[in-house]
Design a protein around this ligand. Structure first.
Ligand code: RIB
Length: 310
């Protein structure tokens, strides 16, 4: 590849993870099994996913000047992520996510944005400085929307591929954002939130993709979890089956998918091959506990693909 790095502009959280027999209903107190702090955040997870696949990775975002922030920065660096554009915000604590995972690997997540919520124009400028020669800009919705829109616009104007993971789900996306996005990767819940009707299978995913393409997105990739992936490009549409795995914890599986997808495209693979890479990276992530702790390295993904596909 003649482009050199992938930029991730997004959130960096410490995940506070409880394992429980079931997810609590309102008003219920549960006895859980265990508690762990695990580095996470959709942006940081995608950055670690890319770095573990051996592509130079630049993270742009914010942490607080607290113990979580220091740990989060170190973990990114150990994974090989360039953190020189992660700002340490003295005024706001690091973002945290309170996560419960039950015996069926279902989860509930509450994100308190903290420093991620302070991301703004200065951080967008840091993204812009890194755009020359970038292979892609990866975005999500755990930092303020105006910053996401401004970064997407700048990357689009610079000819850098924009991959948007519209997570967490929201329905107030400005119309202009769609036209800056090359690839949007909602899961079923997020796709439904974007288009306003239920999405739960390839047929409804295709209908959602049509709506999103009419709004200006070039390629729509709907992640249907264990039910596979539906993709519509300007030229074709197709379905890719999921890799069957024993899921332990699906937290960050979607982030892993986006990392694998972005790396494969940066290396010149077709969109169909790249979705297979994303599906493999996501499936492997679901077999391990935690967010960044679950993300596979390149050798593991390649061995998995060789055993399953060829
Ligand atoms: O996508 C998973 C991530 O969502 C977790 O790591 C948590 O931090 C939340 O941002």
């Amino acid at each position: 590849m003649n482009q050199t790095h992938i930029i991730i502009f997004g959130s960096i959280n410490m995940d506070l993870v409880a394992r429980t027999p079931s997810l609590p209903v309102p008003g219920e107190t549960l006895l859980g099994y265990s508690f762990a702090t695990v580095p996470g955040g959709k942006g940081a997870n995608q950055a670690v996913a890319v770095a573990r696949l051996d592509v130079p990775t630049v993270m742009v975002g914010r942490v607080g000047s607290d113990e979580f922030g220091q740990t989060l920065l170190i973990k990114l660096q150990v994974a090989g992520v360039d953190t020189s554009d992660v700002w340490v915000d003295d005024a706001t604590p690091s973002g945290v996510a309170m996560i419960a995972v039950d015996d069926r690997s279902e989860n509930q997540i509450i994100v308190i944005p903290g420093a991620n919520g302070q991301v703004g124009a200065i951080d967008v400028d840091r993204v812009i400085q890194r755009l020359p020669d970038a292979a892609a800009l990866l975005l999500q919705f755990e930092i303020p929307l105006p910053a996401v829109v401004a970064a997407a616009k700048a990357a689009h104007q610079a000819g850098v591929r924009v991959i948007l993971d519209p997570a967490p789900a929201r329905s107030d996306i400005p119309a202009a954002l769609y036209s800056f996005v090359d690839i949007i990767t909602p899961n079923a819940v997020e796709a439904a939130q974007l288009v306003g009707f239920p999405v739960n299978d390839p047929k409804t995913a295709a209908q959602a993709a049509t709506v999103l393409q009419q709004r200006g997105v070039k390629t729509v990739v709907v992640k249907l979890g264990a039910n596979g992936v539906f993709c519509a490009t300007p030229e074709e549409s197709f379905f890719v089956a999921a890799f069957p795995v024993e899921a332990v914890d699906t937290v960050a599986a979607g982030d892993a998918f986006n990392g694998g997808l972005a790396v494969a495209l940066a290396e010149g693979l077709s969109i169909q091959q790249a979705i297979t890479w994303g599906a493999a990276t996501g499936a492997l992530s679901a077999t391990k506990a935690g967010a960044q702790s679950s993300l596979p390295d390149r050798a593991t993904v390649e061995a998995f693909l060789k055993a399953k596909v060829f």
